[in-house]
Design a protein. Structure first.
Length: 105
């Protein structure tokens, strides 16, 4: 199995331990926990509209609705001085940082 599945297969000891506990199926069981947030285009556009209308929305308000993943991963925004600002730098900002670092050396 190691040659076929490489590192994605569990060890023999794990399989034996699971069998002793009574597991007879190799399929994953349903578990309780946080739901995965999928960033569909409609959701991302809705969050972007919400942030543009209410620039001072708090983390607590956004956490209750599960928006933090979309805000950080899809929109690349971060909270700075009570406002959401883009996390990605423009080419001009990057060039300025490079020039400043060269000057400081």
């Amino acid at each position: 199995m190691d040659t076929t599945y490489s590192e994605s297969v569990c060890s023999r000891a794990t399989v034996y331990a699971d069998f002793k506990r009574g597991w007879r199926s190799i399929e994953a069981e349903k578990r309780a926990g946080r739901l995965l947030i999928t960033g569909t285009q409609k959701k991302v556009q809705g969050v972007e509209k919400l942030i543009s209308e209410k620039r001072r929305i708090t983390f607590r308000a956004s956490a209750k609705t599960g928006l933090q993943t979309i805000i950080h991963d899809y929109l690349s925004l971060r909270k700075r001085c009570t406002r959401w600002t883009p996390h990605k730098l423009t080419d001009e900002q990057k060039d300025f940082h490079v020039d400043w670092c060269r000057f400081m050396i």
